[in-house]
Ligand binder design. Structure first.
Ligand SMILES: Nc1ncnc2c1ncn2[C@@H]1O[C@H](COP(=O)(O)OP(=O)(O)OC[C@H]2O[C@@H]([n+]3cccc(C(=O)O)c3)[C@H](O)[C@@H]2O)[C@@H](O)[C@H]1O
Ligand SMILES: Nc1ncnc2c1ncn2[C@@H]1O[C@H](COP(=O)(O)OP(=O)(O)OP(=O)(O)O)[C@@H](O)[C@H]1O
Ligand SMILES: [Mg+2]
Length: 264
């Protein structure tokens, strides 16, 4: 068994390191604060707590952006987070925008992935509409588990100015969330991208975070061989290889779009 959770000392260090990072990134950009999408999920809730610790509650604005597949309970959790943190927030309905997009390209109707990704991109457009207008940086909510397997929408929820929890595996995000005082019902919630009804991360990816995280830590990030990783974690080597494949297939999401190199 590999336990990726931090010791108490490491956790305190990490918390300070991330809040320092947010404060410095916003200050260096000459921004007046930050904005982020609040989904009622653990990642955005954790980043919101960290940002309030770094910037104060007047330094952060939250956007709650429901669409027709959003669960009412998640949207009310998102508002609860904003209210608990006493930050300014707005509720912006994205469904009319999605309807317009699909009306412009009706071939996509019923394509959950294409339309779902358009939902994530629409939220990204709104984050930047507010960010540009109010001189705020857009805070990302992506964690290392999602980043390494490409489990996010390119130029959607991936379109941000910085990734405060980008070096934390999901299991570590949960630990930090508890330390920050995030309510237990939010920490324990089943992760979902919310791009279509009944979607969950673990079902779509085909692997639980509790299995994914140690494979990433040992094999993808740690360079332990696939067979040694499988033996250490008591999983099939094919599971390790599948995670490695997800990492390799999503390489394009972790680099700038390439252009042809200069001619000799
Ligand atoms: N090799 C390559 N080099 C350069 N570009 C490449 C490429 N392969 C694909 N592409 C481009 O990338 C596109 C595919 O990427 P993308 O548009 O992101 O789409 P895709 O990766 O297919 O879907 C996004 C995934 O992230 C999940 N998601 C999204 C949002 C939030 C969350 C969450 O956890 O909350 C999860 C979502 O459920 C889905 O599984 C292709 O259509 C193509 O344009
Ligand atoms: N309905 C929504 N309103 C506002 N922002 C949203 C909404 N849905 C998704 N987002 C944004 O997209 C991000 C990516 O979603 P993701 O599901 O990875 O994170 P999460 O919902 O915070 O946590 P979890 O992974 O536990 O569900 C969210 O953190 C949030 O910033
Ligand atoms: Mg979510």
């Amino acid at each position: 068994m590999v336990d990726l959770r931090f010791s108490d000392v490491e956790l305190a260090e990490r918390r300070e390191h991330i809040t320092g990072f947010i404060e410095e990134t916003v200050a260096d950009a000459g921004a007046d604060g930050a904005v982020l999408g609040l989904s009622g999920g653990i990642d955005s809730t954790t980043v919101a707590h960290l940002a309030v610790e770094a910037l104060g509650n007047d330094g952060l604005k939250g956007l709650v952006m429901p669409g027709e597949v959003s669960h009412e309970a998640n949207m009310s959790d998102a508002e609860r987070v904003a209210e608990m943190l006493d930050i300014e927030y707005e509720v912006i309905e994205i469904q009319p925008i999605i309807d317009q997009l699909v009306a412009g390209y009706p071939e996509a109707e019923g394509d959950d992935l294409a339309v779902g990704n358009a939902r994530a991109r629409t939220r990204g457009v709104l984050n930047y509409l507010v960010g540009n207008h109010e001189n705020r940086l857009v805070l990302g909510t992506g964690n290392r588990s999602e980043a390494q397997v490409g489990y996010y929408t390119k130029y959607g929820d991936g379109a941000v100015d910085c990734h405060p929890i980008g070096n934390l595996y999901k299991v570590q995000v949960r630990q930090l969330a508890r330390d920050l005082g995030v309510p237990e019902d939010l920490v324990d919630k089943t992760p979902t991208a919310g791009l279509w009804s009944e979607q969950t991360d673990e079902e779509e990816m085909g692997i639980a975070y509790d299995t994914l995280d140690p494979i990433l830590a040992l094999h993808v990030d740690g360079a332990l061989s696939a067979s040694a990783t499988a033996a250490t974690l008591d999983v099939d080597v094919s599971t390790v290889e599948e995670v490695r494949g997800m990492y390799e297939r999503s390489a394009h999401k972790r680099s700038m779009p390439p252009a042809p190199p200069a001619l000799d």
